[in-house]
Design a protein. Structure first.
Length: 341
């Protein structure tokens, strides 16, 4: 069955590379009958939007920079409105090779996965040239996401990815700064089949600096916040109840120790401070357990709401907003630029 592919390019001041990326997207691909290209112009102040329109892409513009995560959200919504069967997200900075898109799509087209990500680190011979601190940071990010999701990926921060329509409809993301790790957690906990494809990727941008990772400490802090919130929402007992249980057990153990000492000596000295400490630990542990039970109830409600949201999206995007053009021709008229507040 022939399918409609939509390629999304979030872009902020990428006038040097955006045209090359758009024109390098293969005009024909196995199983693809229609193709559209969407450039989400995230408040660029250069000629990114103009160049993208002239290259034949539909341009969706944010009035001001909102973050790559917000740009990705906008792109996914637009792709679904256009009736996409398959969606590929690729950076506009030229680090990824658009000719690799068919390799990303293959597992979805073969029915092996609904979400596919490129991996820069799966093969030693594909290791990109990048600063050691970035490699170290990526490895730790992989360990954290794999621990949370019980998966075994080698790269969770790469922005070159493919989604089936089903996976895109299931996505519920909140982070505006980035989306890469949050999407892993969200789709993993929803049971979406996921895999990765080793690809050769340029380690550093040819022009400019990364809009996301220009400051690694800021990137780490922002990403950690998004990851924590996503994991907390999907595993409330693990993140609230488990620490509460440990604290409660610690309070009980301290209390037992003080009681045994009192029975043996008839006094609490020199452990009087432990009486207060045990009480505080017991109260905190008990409260955290209660909060975890409430959080679990909220999580169950969220699951029901997510299903309703999925069905609503499926219904809302059942009729494409605009017919796509045949593959090999400009996807949409350059005049169809729209602004998003």
């Amino acid at each position: 069955m022939k399918q409609h592919l939509v390629v999304i390019l979030p872009a902020l001041n990428e006038e040097r590379t955006i045209e090359s990326v758009i024109t390098s997207i293969p005009k024909t691909m196995p199983g693809i009958s229609r193709m559209s290209v969407i450039v989400v112009n995230d408040g660029s102040i250069d000629k990114t939007a103009e160049i993208s329109r002239n290259a034949g892409a539909l341009v969706i513009s944010h009035a001001q920079p909102m973050g790559v995560g917000a740009a990705f959200h906008t792109g996914i919504k637009e792709a679904l409105q256009l009736g996409a069967d398959l969606i590929v997200n690729i950076d506009a900075d030229g680090q990824f090779n658009p000719e690799d898109i068919p390799h990303l799509l293959a597992p979805i087209q073969q029915g092996k996965a609904e979400f596919v990500t490129a991996s820069r680190f799966a093969k030693q011979e594909y290791m990109p040239q990048m600063p050691a601190i970035k490699i170290w940071g990526n490895r730790w990010m992989v360990r954290i996401i794999n621990f949370i999701t019980s998966k075994n990926f080698t790269d969770v921060s790469c922005g070159f990815r493919a989604y089936s329509r089903e996976a895109a409809l299931r996505l519920t993301l909140f982070g505006k700064f980035t989306y890469t790790q949050e999407s892993f957690i969200d789709l993993a906990f929803k049971g979406i089949a996921m895999t990765e494809v080793p690809l050769i990727v340029r380690g550093e941008r040819e022009h400019g600096v990364s809009r996301v990772a220009s400051n690694l400490w800021r990137y780490g802090a922002k990403s950690a916040t998004i990851i924590f919130r996503a994991a907390r929402d999907h595993k409330p007992f693990y993140f609230v109840g488990f620490p509460g249980l440990i604290i409660l057990i610690a309070g009980i153990a301290v209390g037992i120790f003080v009681v045994q000492h009192y029975v043996a000596t008839g006094q609490t000295y020199p452990y009087r401070s432990l009486v207060t400490g045990s009480g505080v630990l017991l109260i905190i542990g008990f409260l955290l357990l209660v909060i975890s039970l409430l959080a679990d109830m909220i999580h169950r409600s969220r699951m029901a709401i997510e299903e309703v949201l999925y069905l609503a999206r499926k219904n809302a995007y059942s009729i494409p907003l605009t017919p796509a053009c045949p593959a090999g021709r400009p996807p949409l008229s350059p005049s169809r630029e729209r602004a998003v507040e």
